[in-house]
Design a protein around this ligand. Structure first.
Ligand SMILES: O=S(=O)(O)O[C@H]1C[C@H](O)[C@@H](O)[C@@H]1CO
Length: 647
C-alpha cells in the first residue's frame, strides 16, 4: 500500500477530541471516589434488615442493628447504627466494615477516619473508642483512640488519623470501631456517617483515590462526560440523579438507588466532579435529566417545567452569577466564586431506549427551547436516534453511541463521512468493541462478550479512531456555509468534536458491565489494551490534520497523519490483519529528521491486560528512519504511532 501525504495541513484538530465518559457503574463509590467504607451512612436502606448492615459486622459479641434514629443525624441521613456492648465481655467489642471488597492498608499513608456518635440515653460512661485497621485475623495494622462520653446525647463528630505500621499484600482487611468490653459493658451507642479516607489526588478533601485518578489523568483527557449514562436517569422520576442532592456537606446528601443495582452515596457529587475536571484540565460535558426514567416513565408535558427549572439551577450552579442566582451563590459558598468552564450540556441520555422516543419530542422541545434561551452561550446535545424522531428546535449537537464487534469498528471508520453536513456537530460519546459475536453484542462471555479489552478489540477501536480524526477533511469545503455560532470554535472545522470509550472504569469484584477501559480492585489499577490505544491517540493528537490517500473502507490498514506545532509529524498506522503489512508513505516535507520514534501496541489478538496478566501488552517504543519515501512494516494486530521532526 502506498500513501501519498499532502504537503499542507487542511485544518485544526479539535482540542476536545479525546476525553472520558464517566458514570457510577462500579466506578464511583468504591472506585474513583476516595471513601474506603461501603454503606458508610446507611443511606436508602430499610432499618432492621440484614441488607441495611451491608459491609458491616459485629466484633466480639456486640449487638448491632440499623435504626431510624428518633433524633436523626440529619434529614438526609435518618439512619443510625445502634451498637450494644454486651455485659460480661472482655476485650474490644464493636463494629467492623469490610470496605468495597477489601481495604488496602499502606504504611506509607496516613488515613483519616471519622464518625458521628450519640448515646440515645445519657450514661456515666467515659472511655476510649479504638479506631483501627485490622487484618482478617484480628491483627491490628494501625489504630488510634478517641474519647467518647455518655453525656453526649446529641450527635457529634470525631476524627482521628491512622498511620499503619505495615503494608500487608492482603486486602481483606477491616475498619473497626471498638470499646473495651469490660469498661463499656451494657452501653448502647448510636453511630452515623462513618468515613475512612486515604490520601487523595491533589490532596482534595472528599477527593479521589490517587492511583485510579492518576491512571485517568495519564490519558490527558480534554473532557469528562458525567453523571451518566444510565446512572443519570433513575429507574423512576424519584430516583433520578438530582444535582442539589449531591452538593454541600455529606450530612446533606441522602444518596439514591442508582441505575446499576446498588445505592450511590453521592459523596462524589457535582462540586467534586467540577473540581476533578479542573484538576485534570478537562472541560465537563454535563448531562441534565430530561424527563425520562429508565423504568419507562416520562414526565407529562404539563408537568415538565419544574424539571426544566432544576436543570437551569444545575447549570447555574456551574456557571451562574453568585449575585443573581442562588445555586451560583451556593457554589461560591463552597469555595468557588468564579464560574467553572462549561460549553456543552447533554439533555438526557440515550433517548432511544424503550418508549422514550414517544415522548422525546416534547421533552426535548421544552428543555432545549428554555435552556438555549437561558444560556445562549452553551451548546446542547441531543441523545435520541439521529433525526428520529425529528426534534425541534434542531439539535446543534448529538451524542451517538455504538457498541459492536472489533470487525465492525475496523470496517466503519468512514461512519462520519456519510453524515449530513448541516452544521450539526457530533460527540461519539460511547463506543467500544465489546463482543466478537455480531449476533449477540450484549451477551455473556460464553456468547463472545469480552471481559477485558483484547488486542483485537483495541486495534479495531484504533481503526475507527483514525476515522474520527480523519473525518475532518470532508467537511472543510462546507464549513463556510455553516452559521458560526457565537462562543463555539466552529473554526475547528470538525463535525466530530469529541469521542470517548465507555464504560471508563470498573471494580473487578463487582462488575455491572464488561469490558471497561480501566479496571481496578481495592489495591491495584489495571490499564487495558484499549486504555493504551486511547492514551496513544490522546497524547499524540497533534493540532493540524494532514490529508493523505484514503484507506480502503473495508481494508485492513488504516492511518491518519497530523502535525504538531508545524515541525513534528505524527502518523498513526493501524493493521487489523493477523499478519504484518508494509505501508509506504510518500512524504513531501522538507528537512525530514533522520530518526524518529515508533510507539507500537501489538500482541496476540486475544491477549488482555487483566488481574491475572496485568502487563501482558503495553506500548513499546523504538526508533525509525523516516525519509521522503518511507516504508513502514506494521505488525499484525497493531497500532503504531510514528513521530518525527521536519523543518
Ligand atoms: O444498557 S445500555 O443502554 O447499553 O447501557 C450503556 C449505555 C448507557 O448510556 C451507559 O450507561 C451504558 C454502559 O456504558
Amino acid at each position: 500500500t502506498t500513501v501519498t501525504v499532502s504537503a499542507t495541513a487542511s485544518h485544526p484538530i479539535p482540542t476536545t477530541l479525546w476525553g472520558q465518559m464517566f458514570e457510577d457503574i462500579s466506578s464511583g463509590d468504591g472506585g474513583l471516589y476516595g471513601e474506603l467504607l461501603q454503606n458508610r451512612a446507611f443511606q436508602q436502606v430499610t432499618p432492621g434488615t440484614s441488607a441495611a448492615l451491608n459491609a458491616w459486622s459485629a466484633v466480639n459479641r456486640a449487638s448491632i442493628s440499623v435504626v431510624a434514629d428518633s433524633t436523626p443525624l440529619s434529614n438526609a441521613l435518618p439512619n443510625a447504627l445502634r451498637v450494644q456492648i454486651p455485659s460480661g465481655t472482655t476485650g474490644q467489642s464493636g463494629v467492623a466494615n469490610s470496605g468495597f471488597f477489601g481495604i488496602r492498608v499502606n504504611s506509607a499513608w496516613t488515613y483519616t477516619a471519622s464518625f458521628f456518635y450519640r448515646f440515645p440515653t445519657a450514661s456515666s460512661f467515659r472511655g476510649n473508642a479504638q479506631v483501627s485497621l485490622q487484618a482478617s485475623n484480628g491483627q491490628v495494622l494501625g489504630s488510634a483512640t478517641v474519647a467518647l462520653s455518655g453525656a453526649q446525647t446529641s450527635w457529634t463528630q470525631v476524627t482521628v488519623k491512622i498511620t499503619p505500621t505495615s503494608s500487608p499484600s492482603a486486602t481483606n482487611n477491616l475498619f473497626v470501631v471498638s470499646l473495651d468490653g469490660a469498661a463499656a459493658s451494657g452501653q448502647t451507642i448510636n453511630f452515623g456517617l462513618f468515613s475512612l479516607f486515604p490520601p487523595t489526588f491533589k490532596d482534595r478533601a472528599n477527593g479521589m483515590r490517587m492511583d485510579i485518578a492518576e491512571a485517568l489523568a495519564e490519558m490527558q483527557p480534554s473532557f469528562f462526560r458525567f453523571p451518566g449514562g444510565n446512572n443519570l436517569e433513575g429507574q423512576t422520576t424519584a430516583t433520578r440523579w438530582q444535582w442539589n442532592n449531591t452538593v454541600g456537606p455529606l450530612t446533606s446528601r441522602p444518596g439514591r438507588v442508582g441505575d446499576w443495582g446498588y445505592i450511590n452515596t453521592d459523596g462524589l457529587g457535582l462540586f467534586e466532579y467540577l473540581l476533578w475536571c479542573e484538576d485534570v484540565g478537562m472541560q465537563p460535558i454535563m448531562a441534565v435529566w430530561d424527563g425520562f426514567a429508565l423504568g419507562g416513565t416520562s414526565v407529562a408535558e404539563a408537568a415538565i417545567s419544574p424539571f426544566v427549572q432544576q436543570a437551569i439551577d444545575q447549570i447555574n450552579f456551574v456557571i451562574g452569577d453568585p449575585t443573581k442566582s442562588a445555586p451560583a451563590a451556593l457554589r461560591s459558598s463552597l469555595g468557588h466564586p468564579a464560574p467553572f468552564t462549561l460549553n456543552h450540556v447533554e439533555i438526557g441520555n440515550e433517548d432511544f431506549i424503550g418508549n422514550s422516543p414517544s415522548t422525546v419530542g416534547y421533552r426535548w422541545n421544552h428543555f432545549a427551547t428554555t435552556l438555549r434561551s437561558t444560556f445562549p452561550q452553551l451548546r446542547f446535545l441531543a441523545t435520541s436516534d439521529l433525526n428520529s424522531p425529528v426534534l425541534s428546535p434542531q439539535p446543534q449537537e448529538w451524542d451517538l453511541h455504538v457498541y459492536q464487534t472489533p470487525t465492525w469498528f475496523a470496517q466503519n471508520s468512514f461512519m462520519y463521512d456519510g453524515m449530513a453536513r448541516d452544521g450539526t456537530l457530533y460527540f461519539e460519546g460511547e463506543y467500544a468493541a465489546i463482543s466478537t459475536n455480531p449476533n449477540d453484542i450484549f451477551g455473556s462471555p460464553a456468547d463472545g462478550r469480552l471481559t477485558f479489552p483484547t488486542v483485537q478489540s483495541s486495534v479495531g477501536e484504533a481503526a475507527f479512531m483514525t476515522g474520527l480524526e480523519r473525518k475532518l477533511l470532508v467537511v472543510l469545503v462546507v464549513i463556510i456555509c455553516i452559521p458560526i455560532h457565537p462562543g463555539h470554535h466552529i473554526g475547528n472545522s470538525d463535525i466530530v468534536f469529541a469521542a470517548s470509550y465507555a464504560p471508563l472504569l470498573n471494580h473487578v469484584s463487582n462488575s455491572q458491565w464488561t469490558p471497561n477501559l480501566v479496571s481496578f480492585d481495592s489495591a491495584n489499577v489495571y490499564r487495558s489494551t484499549s486504555f493504551y490505544v486511547q492514551k496513544l491517540f490522546s497524547l499524540n493528537r497533534g493540532d493540524q490534520y494532514i490529508p493523505s490517500t484514503l484507506p480502503s473502507q473495508t481494508g485492513t490498514l488504516f492511518w491518519s497523519v497530523v502535525s504538531k506545532q508545524t515541525n513534528t509529524i505524527i502518523i498513526k498506522v493501524v493493521n487489523v490483519a493477523t499478519s504484518a503489512q508494509t505501508v509506504t508513505f510518500r512524504l513531501p516535507f522538507s528537512g525530514i529528521a533522520s530518526t524518529g520514534t515508533a510507539q507500537v501496541l501489538t500482541g496476540a489478538a486475544t491477549a488482555s491486560n487483566s488481574p491475572t496478566t496485568p502487563n501482558a501488552v503495553s506500548p513499546v517504543t523504538s526508533s525509525i528512519e523516516p525519509a521522503s519515501t518511507f516504508p513502514y512494516n506494521a505488525p499484525a494486530n497493531s497500532l503504531s504511532v510514528l513521530t518525527f521532526g521536519i523543518n
